[in-house]
Ligand binder design. Structure first.
Ligand code: ADP
Ligand code: VHF
Length: 353
């Protein structure tokens, strides 16, 4: 299988202190890929920073200002990427939180990305900041890049930033902090992460480790690397640089299901919980109650008698489950007048903690 890299580049790795895009930084990053036999997809930050640099205004404080500045900067950012990757074409893809959270839109974005790879172009992704609302936005590109890595079944996720990797503490604050070169379990290092390092960055190590968690659940290793294009080249050359955060040995689909916000809950009895844990599907008989207003195809939480046990994609809407729970599968058709599925949640659409 060909190496497929999702590379997320933070604003601090693309712009100068004033937020102006530095074309030589972009060139060095593109150059690092020239010698590499890999497919690459960029998640490029920098739209807001570039907008500020172009208009010579300070970093925005309100969402509308941010939306407008992202619109100004995004166009400039893409022009620069197009120049440094030439003659290879680049493809701008702007994603919103809804494209990740809605399964249909998620699959749609996946197909677009696959088609871009087939065409041999370099997809360059950013959050669609201009239309993002406060309630519905990812807000940081670290998280977005983890979802993109999952979307395009990447072999690795690289987070290029302005620090050489994950340290035992924020090295800007604690000069004795040590770099970790390998992390086996991201959950054990979450407490080490501090916030952003510069006025241009968003989220700092906290969002990077959150991203690593999502990627890890999707079976993808995350590399946190510093030093711009030169740092990338050294990393590709095998230098001991950065921090590798190892993937868990789960399937990608499981990670997706577990990380979606749920639309409601299904309460299950002990017998059903046992069946689920032994790899079976959830039938109406084992459901003791429900909460929330979910539709067919949405994510629900599964609650056992002693607490949450996982999440799944539901085959029936809440108003249908309301009528069939506690009943035998053979009764579904009689009660609803139709039966599209035997299972309320199929085992293939189930992820347990
Ligand atoms: N434990 C840590 N190890 C390394 N860096 C850390 C840690 N905690 C916080 N940071 C900060 O995270 C910053 C990188 O994130 P950020 O500023 O958001 O940049 P980017 O624009 O690349 O996303 C570093 O400059 C550093 O100050
Ligand atoms: N979407 C925003 C970047 C958000 C973000 O996560 O920034 P950063 O921490 O610099 O990677 C932009 O293009 O300005």
């Amino acid at each position: 299988m060909k190496r497929r890299i999702v590379l997320k580049i933070g604003s601090s790795s693309l712009t100068d202190e004033a937020g102006r895009i530095e074309p030589e930084r972009l060139q060095a990053i593109a150059d690092a890929f020239l010698a590499l036999d890999a497919e690459v997809c960029l998640v490029s930050s920098g739209a807001v920073a570039a907008g500020c640099g172009l208009l010579n205004v300070p970093r925005p404080r309100t969402l509308p200002e941010k939306q407008a500045l992202a619109a100004v900067g995004q166009a400039a950012l893409m022009q620069e990427w197009a120049k440094v990757f030439a003659p290879r074409a680049v493809a701008q893809i702007l994603l919103s939180a809804g494209d990740i959270q809605d399964r249909k839109r998620f699959v749609n974005a996946k197909h677009a990305l696959e088609a871009a790879f087939k065409l041999g172009v370099v997809p360059i992704i950013n959050e669609n900041d201009t239309v993002a609302t406060q309630e519905l936005r990812l807000g940081d590109n670290d998280t977005l890049s983890a979802w993109v890595a999952y979307l395009c079944e990447a072999t690795e996720l690289i987070l290029l930033t302005d620090v050489e990797g994950l340290y035992t503490a924020n090295p800007r604050v604690d000069p004795t902090a040590q770099r970790l070169s390998l992390v086996e379990n991201v959950a054990e290092v979450l407490h080490l992460a501090g916030g952003a390092g510069s006025s241009r960055g968003t989220g700092g190590m906290q969002t990077k480790l959150k991203a690593a968690q999502i990627a890890s659940e999707a079976g993808i290793d995350t590399l946190i690397v510093g030093g711009g294009g030169a740092g990338l080249k050294a990393f590709f050359g095998g230098a001991d640089t950065g921090t590798r955060i190892k993937a868990q040995k789960h399937t990608a689909r499981r990670g997706w299901i577990l990380h979606q916000p749920s639309k409601g809950s299904l309460y299950v009895d002990a017998g059903a919980e046992k069946a689920l844990r032994s790899g079976k599907s959830l039938l109406p008989r084992g459901i003791t109650g429900l909460a929330g207003e979910f539709q067919y195809g949405e994510i629900v939480r599964l609650e056992g008698e002693h607490g949450p046990i996982g999440q799944g994609i539901v085959n029936y809407a809440a108003h249908e489950v309301q009528r069939i729970f506690r009943r035998h599968t053979e009764e579904i058709e009689e009660i609803l007048g139709y039966k599209d599925f035997d299972e309320v949640v199929h085992r293939n659409h189930l992820a347990l903690y």
